[in-house]
Design a protein around this ligand. Structure first.
Ligand code: SF4
Length: 345
């Protein structure tokens, strides 16, 4: 049995011809799979019963479904998606003034083990397929319409997993999310967030992938970064800056540095100066994010005084900086809090 959403259109055409069916049926099947996102072949109403049966004997559809929803006091909704093999990932729907943002996952778990992140504590299970990534965006867009009566406006790959370590499936999912044959979503409103995988950052530029790119920087001091993000032992800040320069000059786009402000770890004047210096090498803007405590992790939110001084130092150098308040804290839906608690504890 093959996962039909991982099979190319040409291979589906070949399969149809071998089974005495007309090639144009492949486009009809594609519409059912992506545009209408049906979860079984018997819902493909313009195909004959015979063809529905042939398809179901040879292929399966790796449809994800929403199995739980938690509602925050601030209207953020956290959902658990159950996958075809009964594993689960989480996604979050975040409404703000004029936007509704879907935060989606790219892997079941994550191998990078960032010290401040709940997902990172549970290790890696598997990559999500393009279809499973697509389903999260599609289902959250439906939920946005149903719960807020608003269309989804933004998609961010900031849920579970490192998207650039599942490069092919993430890019394929983005192709379907942006295609008129899929969700027809704007490329400009999609953001990939990475802990910093330099060769894949360069690959985005070479492949002309014009979504937005965010780097989870969190400190511009190498030794501190090696402590916080074990992947920094493999890829230095220098190597990442080199990849980002290639990315920004090739695509003529700036990157966003995400900076989670942690009390006593990365919130001093010295830390601010290191960040200013790093920013001077790459066309960038900075999102400073307040930290949300994760049970059993030894980090605290920076004090209001340190946060104010940190921001003032950045503003004084005319950096493009925003302070981001995290959302959905009461339901563990904020940055770094996704961990499939229902399944893992
Ligand atoms: S912060 Fe992102 S890259 Fe780091 S462990 Fe968590 S999910 Fe993985």
């Amino acid at each position: 049995m093959q996962n039909i959403r991982s099979v190319s259109l040409n291979s589906i055409i070949e399969f149809l011809e071998k089974n005495g069916e007309k090639p144009y049926r492949a486009n009809q099947i594609s519409d059912w799979l992506w545009k209408y996102r049906v979860s079984s072949f018997d819902k493909m109403k313009n195909l004959s019963l015979n063809l529905q049966e042939i398809l179901s004997k040879n292929f399966f559809i790796d449809a994800a479904k929403i199995t739980t929803q938690q509602f925050s006091d601030d209207n953020t909704i956290k959902v658990a998606f159950t996958l075809f093999d009964n594993q689960a990932v989480e996604g979050v729907l975040i409404p703000s003034d004029k936007r509704v943002t879907a935060c989606i996952s790219s892997q079941v778990g994550c191998a990078l083990g960032c010290k401040f992140c709940a997902t990172g504590q549970f290790g890696f299970s598997r990559n999500l397929s393009a279809g499973e990534i697509y389903d999260q965006a599609f289902l959250l867009a439906e939920l946005s319409q149903k719960q807020y009566d608003l269309p989804l406006t933004n998609i961010v790959f900031m849920g579970m997993g490192e998207p650039l370590l599942n490069y092919e499936n993430v890019i394929l999912a983005i192709n379907w999310i942006t295609s008129q044959k899929g969700m027809g979503f704007s490329t400009k409103r999609i953001t990939i967030s990475t802990a910093g995988i330099p060769d894949k950052i360069e690959q985005l530029a070479k492949d002309n992938i014009k979504v937005n790119l965010a780097l989870s920087l969190h400190t511009a001091i190498p030794t501190v970064r090696q402590e916080l993000l074990p992947v920094a032992n493999k890829y230095t800040l220098e190597r990442i800056a080199q990849a980002l320069k290639f990315y920004t000059s090739t695509l003529k786009k700036e990157v966003t540095f995400e900076y989670l402000l942690l009390k006593g770890i990365n919130d001093s004047l010295n830390d601010a100066k290191a960040l200013i210096n790093y920013c001077s090498h790459v066309a960038s803007k900075v999102n400073v994010i307040e930290y949300n405590p994760v049970t059993n992790l030894p980090f605290e939110k920076s004090t209001p005084e340190n946060t104010a001084l940190f921001l003032k130092t950045l503003f004084a150098k005319n950096l493009n900086v925003k302070l981001r308040q995290s959302r959905g804290k009461d339901i563990d839906a904020a940055c770094g809090q996704l961990a499939n608690k229902e399944r893992n504890t």
